[in-house]
Write a protein that binds this ligand. Structure first.
Ligand code: NAD
Ligand code: UDP
Ligand code: UDP
Length: 325
């Protein structure tokens, strides 16, 4: 197939049918690239990529990254991994395997082809941080045997593998540490706070705050995040990890109130127990992304939430039986 532009590449996106992956596939196609989406559809959904299936530059392979894969591509974004606590704790051993064996296979593929490979890492590598906001140099405070460890330690080990392939094989790598991201195509039932609150508010059900609601998170709108990915991939020699997230920090209580107001909902706010190892504060230090990539988020929380609410409103009116939790 002829490529749209001279600079066009064939790009592999693992986890391409997921929330972030589908937005990334869309962006890469819009930039004139060919995209191969690899996904085992554990948490991904066909509806996320349905609109891309007729695009002749888009291809889907149903495949589990814990098994080797042989394709010929120019660049790889490795996003395959369940991302929400409900999903990654469903089969924790498979979660660790996806991060670790998945990274080995994808790095082996990149090594054979001698190509650049991008890892979707996470703010969870910082665990329940005792440094605030978190710069990339912070080494984290992670419980290696807790219920979140399959995800946190899996992602930490994946970073180790990326840096060892870089040192040992001179592989060009990019590592993004992603902070909480929201937007259209989040799962309605993955238990994450933004989707839970929006679905609950739209249905007039109680909004469930875990703990006292004073824990904080910083929420990045998906379009901003994808712009950060593309810039990081294109940047010259930015090998060390880069935080990508929105430094605007909100308590869960504030978030519940904003969502309720934007939906125009009368849902009551109720309090439930805080899950184990739930981080108290999380906020990225994005100095590095600003300096090295000239990147910073542009979409304000209320603006991004309005887009996300519109998405869920439409989704719920089509699928009346989707549950929020
Ligand atoms: P998601 O669950 O929507 O997407 C993950 C995708 O990976 C899904 O399509 C799923 O089917 C696929 N997948 C899972 N295991 C696989 C396997 N073994 N083989 C092949 N495909 C597999 O989650 P997301 O929010 O889009 O997250 C994408 C990536 O970004 C993940 O690596 C996640 O850890 C990272 N991340 C996301 C956030 C966030 O806020 N969304 C924050 C930090 C890091
Ligand atoms: N691999 C893959 N696709 C490739 C090349 C390698 O899936 O195109 C897998 C391969 O199965 C191996 C892993 O990547 O298990 C690591 O490859 P590497 O070359 O680093 O190690 P080795 O093959 O020596 O184990
Ligand atoms: N949370 C909440 N109510 C919910 C879902 C989550 O109060 O219905 C809290 C959760 O305990 C955490 C924060 O919101 O403190 C963010 O949770 P999420 O699962 O979205 O992300 P993560 O904890 O992985 O950052």
């Amino acid at each position: 197939m002829a490529r749209a532009y001279e600079s066009a590449k064939r790009v592999l996106v693992t986890g391409g049918a997921g929330f972030l992956g589908s937005h990334l596939c869309e962006r890469l196609l819009a930039d004139g690239h060919e995209v191969i989406c690899v996904d085992n559809f554990f948490t991904g959904a066909r509806r996320n990529i349905a609109h891309l299936l007729l695009n002749p530059h888009f291809e889907v392979i149903r495949h589990d990254v814990t098994f080797p894969i042989y394709v010929e591509v120019d660049e790889i974004y490795n996003l395959a991994c369940p991302a929400s606590p409900i999903h990654y704790q469903h089969d924790p051993v498979q979660t660790t395997k996806t991060s670790v064996s998945g990274a080995i296979n994808i790095l082996g593929l990149a090594k054979r082809l001698g190509i650049k490979v991008f890892q979707a890492s996470t703010s969870e590598v910082y665990g329940d941080p005792d440094v605030h906001p978190q710069p990339e140099e912070y080494r984290g405070s992670v419980n290696p045997i807790g219920p979140r460890a399959c995800y946190d330690e899996g992602k930490r080990c994946a970073e180790t593998l990326f840096f060892d392939y870089h040192r040992q094989w001179k592989l060009p790598i990019r590592v993004a540490r992603i902070f909480n991201t929201y937007g259209p195509r989040m799962h309605p039932n993955d238990g994450r706070v933004v989707s839970n609150f929006i679905v609950q508010a739209l249905r007039g059900e109680p909004i469930t705050i875990y703990g006292n609601g004073m824990q904080t998170r910083s929420f990045c709108y998906v379009d901003d995040l994808i712009e950060g990915f593309v810039r990081l991939m294109a940047a010259d020699n930015v090998t060390s990890p880069v935080n990508i997230g929105n430094p605007g920090e909100f308590t869960m209580k504030e978030l519940a109130e904003i969502v309720r107001e934007l939906v125009g909902s009368t849902s009551p706010i109720i309090f439930k127990p805080l899950p184990a190892d739930d981080p108290k504060q999380r906020c990225p230090d994005i100095t590095k992304a600003r300096t090295l990539l000239g990147w910073e988020p542009t979409v304000a929380l209320r603006e991004g939430l309005a887009q996300t609410i519109a998405y869920f409103d439409q989704l719920l009116s089509k699928n009346k039986f989707l549950s929020a939790t």
